[in-house]
Ligand binder design. Sequence first.
Ligand SMILES: Nc1nc2c(ncn2[C@@H]2O[C@H](COP(=O)(O)OP(=O)(O)OP(=O)(O)O)[C@@H](O)[C@H]2O)c(=O)[nH]1
Length: 418
Amino acid sequence: MFSFFKKKKPEADTPALAEAQSAALAAPAAPDEPSGQADAAPAAGPANFLRRLFGGGEAEPVAPVIPEAPAEPESPPARDATNIDPFAARIAADAAVLVNTYEGQLFPETAERPGSEQEKKKSWMARLKAGLSKTSSNLSLLFVGARIDEDLYEELESALLMSDAGMDATQFLLDSLRRKVKEEKLLDAAAVKGALRQLLVEMMRPLEKPLELGRHEPLVMMIAGVNGAGKTTTIGKLAKHMQRFEQSVLLAAGDTFRAAAREQLMVWGQRNNVTVISQASGDPAAVAYDAVQSGKARGVDVVMVDTAGRLPTQLHLMEELKKIKRVIGKGMDDAPHEVLLVIDGNTGQNALAQVKAFDDALQLTGLVITKLDGTAKGGILAAIARTRPVPVYFIGVGEKLEDLQPFSAEEFAEALLG
Ligand SMILES: Nc1nc2c(ncn2[C@@H]2O[C@H](COP(=O)(O)OP(=O)(O)OP(=O)(O)O)[C@@H](O)[C@H]2O)c(=O)[nH]1
């Protein structure tokens, strides 16, 4: 079992940290000091849910420690709530209007659905099944009253290819299935369907891996992906989950390219009491470096660095990503400890090309597959497992907090095949 969190900090540390943060908020910034807002109070939360989410089993839920609210800054205010320079503060104010205007579009609220753990689990599976229903109905229909013959294998081949599994994974699954049917002398369609399900689970199992927290102080995570894949939304969801498990989080607005991306993150940070490091005009590598330094100085648990979306074919932008990674390493030895690629589950086979390109450039440690509630077909996970088995930490089926869950090969195969 992976241990998710480091041991709980001694009680005395938290007020001291909160005090230091309050002081940092009230004091004028040193010219070269990185910027950000006061850390969030570690919030109480449904620990069991989060333990399930991240795969940790040992952490005990503990009562939240609420640090005192930071003192109101004296006039003239040294820093605003996001603790950024005046120019960026003005942008943040404008962005607040913008984000409020497009509430639910730019950065949808990640409020949790009500209900017990069991109800949530059921509704998660229902949403995953609904998301993958196109593939599951295609596959399931094949087996209804079917005879085990060449026609079945041919139809199965087409259905797997249509599900985005790709040639390699499809061929592997068919060969393995033929062998299994022969060896186990399977005679009816239901048994063959069961065998296929089992093969899918075995194939995707190597992708299962919980995100392990508490290994570094701070754990530095860099998040990359193509435009609109869901990077910023995923960062927001993860930050809230981590906060509720008493992990302090600091975000780096490293998407200095997309208009409003930085503001989106800053406003979100303001609302959710998460520190956001941002620069008015920015070299993303400098923002990332600043965030790592700040994270170390503040003693936060997790630093997450957002990056601008880019296509793997934009080689100069891929070089920029490599630079960001290198510069993070200068801020802290061995960092970034996690390099995640966020993939839109609707991208089809192109997702595989993304995994290969980003993995070649950054040596990925994990994937997050979002939007499996859309037109996604799901077979891409089989393709990834077969071709470039980078662990899938989370899959997403919507915009709510609990719509992001750890990947489970069993659950996924059940959603695909029933
Ligand atoms: N339906 C659905 N929408 C999602 C999911 N994850 C993210 N989104 C939406 O996808 C859109 C893009 O998300 P962002 O987080 O802004 O994507 P990004 O990768 O940061 O975008 P860029 O910075 O432009 O590259 C937003 O409207 C999100 O709400 C998901 O699992 N399901």
